[in-house]
Design a protein. Structure first.
Length: 163
């Protein structure tokens, strides 16, 4: 009966380990998303502030939006560090209690989590693509410029004629 209690307690630790790894992968995905937003100069919806482009405060607010994204990345790195530490300690504890079976358990949990992670990255890539299409300005009709007037005669033009 004590053996079953040990297995039950270890299984709850395995679930805890799996949930911590899931949080870590989601944290990595969020870091990836925010970095891509910074590189492509996109504003994610959580950092968007509605100020007209003509407003003098627009430029200042855009700098603050960039700072908000950078602060979010710093926060996510701190969170990642804490998660890594707790995963490490739990991994050692589970490896000690499960022995030779632990690598197989670890492999199965990693496989499932990597499938979830791939789906998350695909969703984030779609989101980035959508943000870039919404936030980049592509003029439909580019302005047409007429060729300049070249005076090929000896007659000088007046200023009115040149205008």
């Amino acid at each position: 009966m004590t053996f079953l209690k040990i297995i039950g307690a270890s299984q709850s630790l395995i679930h805890k380990f799996e949930n911590l790894k899931r949080k870590l992968y989601k944290c990595n995905a969020s870091i990836y998303f925010n970095r891509q937003c910074l590189e492509n100069r996109l504003t994610p919806s959580y950092a968007r502030v509605k100020i007209p482009n003509t407003s003098p405060a627009h430029k200042y607010t855009q700098k603050k939006v960039t700072m908000r994204i950078k602060d979010e990345i710093k926060f996510l790195h701190c969170k990642k560090q804490k998660l890594n530490l707790s995963i490490y300690h739990l991994h050692l504890q589970l490896a000690k209690s499960w022995g030779n079976i632990w690598p197989h358990i670890l492999h199965t949990t990693e496989t499932g989590l990597q499938k979830e992670c791939r789906a998350k990255y695909q969703t984030l890539d779609k989101k980035l693509k959508c943000l870039s299409s919404l936030q980049t300005y592509n003029p439909t009709n580019p302005p047409t410029f007429h060729p300049g007037v070249v005076n090929m005669t000896d007659i000088p033009f007046t200023e009115q004629e040149m205008a």
